[in-house]
Design a binder for this molecule. Structure first.
Ligand SMILES: Cc1ncc(COP(=O)(O)O)c(C=O)c1O
Length: 338
């Protein structure tokens, strides 16, 4: 089976398994797990923030961020296709009591003008804007690597209005790799950032929420409230430390995505969005088939991909697929459509 549904499907390698088996552990709710403490320090350093918090998932990190930066009833400004808006079960509303003001951002990022137009000043009738939420890479828009100047410009507009900025950086190291910039250039303008250890970096579990020490102190309490306070969690944090060693190792995934895109683009009935990182979006409307049908047919050829809406299929490359897998997947895609 060639599994291109997501970079979350990677399984831990031998180094990670060994690290898990031999990790020093303690009760992390008491702050006594040395492996978690090391992971939090190393993650904070990696993204250039004062402190970081280990959480079970990217979703929890984004929702903790929403909760700590805002007051109930405020508005959050976010791209219409952002993960936090589309795929987190309305968590902004359910968990932070926020109203979402959706923007069709330029490549998934609001421009300063769009932010300004969306900004709501608090008064007797209006709730006030409490947060700007950005995403890099932008998943639903095809793994777009958002350039530092786009982030800095809208973050400045938000800060001018005293609105904090959270960055969903589930694939932030993919963005830094594609843009060939230090990751801190992408995080400097924001107040908090989430990075996933369990996507392209290959860990089995976990994400990090990073920000100022004060922000992470509050996040720690909110993590407890959300049921994310864990005990001898160094067992799973240890592979997370290995994952942080992989941050400069993502270029092959991007190369495989380009290889796949080039192969699929030779099929006349489909339109392929040129990948910037490890995600390839393929519009199959020209085949006359539903995306679900194409995905089902691919499955019969032992290739897994994810439908994304009515016309688009998402393929995602990752460290568990090779160049040969990509060649095979391309051939089987043609066969599945035939
Ligand atoms: C951009 C983005 N943000 C957040 C998440 C949520 O991460 P998790 O699955 O760890 O909750 C994902 C997961 O695919 C994602 O792609």
């Amino acid at each position: 089976m060639i599994d291109l549904r997501s970079d979350t499907v990677t399984t831990p390698d031998e180094t990670m398994r060994e690290a898990a088996a031999t990790a020093d552990v303690g009760d992390d709710v008491y702050g006594e797990d040395p492996t978690v403490n090391e992971l939090e320090a190393r993650a904070a350093e990696a993204v250039g923030m004062e402190a970081a918090l280990y959480v079970p998932s990217g979703t929890m990190a984004n929702q903790i961020a929403a909760r700590i930066h805002t007051d109930r009833g405020q508005e959050v400004v976010a791209d219409r296709k952002s993960h936090a808006v589309k795929y987190e079960l309305g968590g902004f509303a359910q968990l932070a009591g926020l109203q979402v003001r959706m923007i069709d951002g330029d490549r998934g990022v609001p421009t300063p003008e769009q932010f300004e137009a969306a900004y709501v000043m608090e008064d007797l009738h209006r709730p006030g804007t409490g947060l700007l939420c950005l995403e890099n890479t932008h998943n639903a828009r095809g793994g777009l690597a958002i350039a530092p100047d786009a982030i800095a410009a809208v973050a400045e507009a938000a800060h001018d209005r005293d609105v904090p900025v959270h960055l969903d950086g589930a694939r932030l190291f993919n963005a830094a790799t594609a843009l060939d910039v230090p990751v801190t250039v992408l995080t400097d303008p924001v107040d908090s950032v989430m990075i996933s250890l369990s996507k392209g970096l290959g860990a089995p579990i976990g994400s990090m929420l990073a920000g100022s020490a004060e922000c992470i102190d509050r996040a720690r309490r909110t993590r407890k409230l959300f049921g994310g306070g864990m005990r001898q969690v160094g067992i799973v944090a240890a592979p997370g430390l290995c994952a942080l060693e992989n941050v400069d190792d993502l270029a092959p995934d991007h190369e495989h995505a380009r290889q796949l895109a080039e192969g699929l683009a030779t099929v006349p009935e489909v339109t392929v969005q040129e990948p910037e990182t490890n995600i390839v979006l393929v519009d199959v409307s020209g085949t006359g088939l539903e995306t679900e049908t194409v995905v089902d047919r691919l499955r019969k050829w032992d290739v897994l991909a994810n439908p994304m809406g009515e016309m688009t299929i998402r393929f995602c490359t990752h460290r568990d697929v090779s160049r040969e897998d990509i060649d095979r997947a391309t051939e089987r895609f043609e066969a599945a459509l035939a």
